[in-house]
Design a protein around this ligand. Structure first.
Ligand code: FAD
Ligand code: SF4
Length: 322
């Protein structure tokens, strides 16, 4: 399909990018373009203006506790400085080629996905559209009809689960200033709104607590083809061991609902009376019950829920004998 026309803006620093964003009222940010540009080609809500972040060097910081929005996923996966759980998760994203262009900010802000939406314009026209891209027809949601206010498209990005498990903070900036929040609070339970970003605002970076280096972790993911597919379910777990005991445990999920899930309260109460395999079994079942996927990605919801239990168990396997 042909790319719809748009004007590309290429500011070379953050101040210019934010100033441009204040001037233009209808635009998208583009980072690596591995999600936005395929969506544009399929005419999924394209905008007349696109602001590229490719030359904004202020967004490329990378250390054990700071990850800039314009860090490439490939560089993150191969960095000696990045936290091992973040590295491990980054290495599972898409394919080698996509990881070389894809960025952390683009991954965090990935558009939600649904098999009624991620299709060509001709295909969607043939079914009279859906609510998320209704072409002014007022079309309904095809997954949960007759409510027409909410889109339940699925958030299928991997990094969010790892950042939540490590208790990260996300940092945003706009012409009005900067603000920060716990990572899980960035997301909004609607496949169209997706997150709390206001018009003209962008993600600048993510920080991990100083203590993150004392936490270990694991990421487990279900996907159709191991070589490049989006997560159909993903579980990140992070834990802290002191004197042979678990003194901290956090669990987060992705790929199943319109936002990633934070199950850290459940995980924290599990370690109060930890008993190895039994606790892992209980916690895995708790995660399965807490997450409610709908039927809009490749695998059926019941299978994805069952796999959440399996993935949680696999992620927590190193804690079996504690
Ligand atoms: C075949 C294929 C397989 C894939 N597999 C996976 C996978 O396994 N796991 C996975 O997580 N993803 C996967 N992806 C999705 C995507 O490639 C990655 O998530 C990638 O990290 C997106 O980054 P990007 O820089 O290319 O984003 P872009 O396409 O540039 O942007 C994506 C969205 O984020 C917004 N955005 C970008 N940067 C910022 C910022 N700093 N602040 C605010 N908004 C911003 C854009 O406006 C856009 O809405 C896959 C994609 C393809 C095509
Ligand atoms: S969940 Fe509903 S509104 Fe959202 S993309 Fe799918 S069909 Fe469209």
């Amino acid at each position: 399909m042909r790319m719809p026309p748009f004007t590309l803006h290429t500011p070379d620093n953050l101040a210019k990018a934010l100033a441009l964003a204040s001037e233009l009222d209808n635009f998208d940010w583009v980072a690596g373009g591995t999600d936005l540009l395929p969506n544009y080609k399929w005419h999924l809500n394209p905008k007349p203006n696109v602001i590229s972040l490719a030359k904004v060097n202020e967004l490329t910081a990378l250390s054990g506790t700071v990850v800039g929005a314009m860090v490439r996923i490939h560089d993150l996966a191969n960095s000696e400085d990045a936290h091992p759980l973040i590295r491990e998760t980054a290495a599972t994203i898409a394919s080698v080629m996509i990881r070389r262009s894809a960025t952390v900010g683009g991954n965090i802000c990935l558009d939600t996905r649904c098999y009624w939406f991620n299709q060509t314009e001709e295909w969607r026209r043939s079914i009279d559209w859906c609510h998320k891209c209704d072409c002014d027809t007022g079309a309904d949601c095809r997954v949960i009809p007759n409510q027409n206010t909410l889109c339940v498209a699925t958030y299928q990005a991997d990094l969010a689960a790892a950042f939540i498990a490590l208790d990260a903070t996300i940092h945003l900036a706009s012409g009005a200033g900067a603000r920060s929040m716990p990572f899980a609070e960035f997301f909004q339970l609607d496949g169209m709104t997706r997150n709390v970003l206001k018009t003209g605002e962008l993600v600048t970076h993510v920080t991990l607590p100083e203590d993150a280096k004392n936490w270990q972790g694991a990421y487990q993911k279900l996907r159709l083809r191991e070589t490049w597919d989006f997560p159909e379910a993903g579980v990140a777990a992070a834990w802290k061991l002191e004197g042979g005991k678990i003194t901290g445990l956090r669990v987060a999920t992705t790929g199943c609902e319109s936002i990633p899930g934070d199950h850290s309260e459940m995980a924290a109460s599990a370690i109060e009376e930890w008993s190895g395999k039994d606790s892992i079994r209980e916690l895995s079942e708790g995660v399965r019950k807490a997450v409610k996927p709908v039927s809009n990605t490749y695998f059926p919801p019941a299978y994805r829920r069952k796999m959440l239990r399996v993935l949680t168990r696999r992620a927590l396997a190193p804690l079996e004998h504690l």
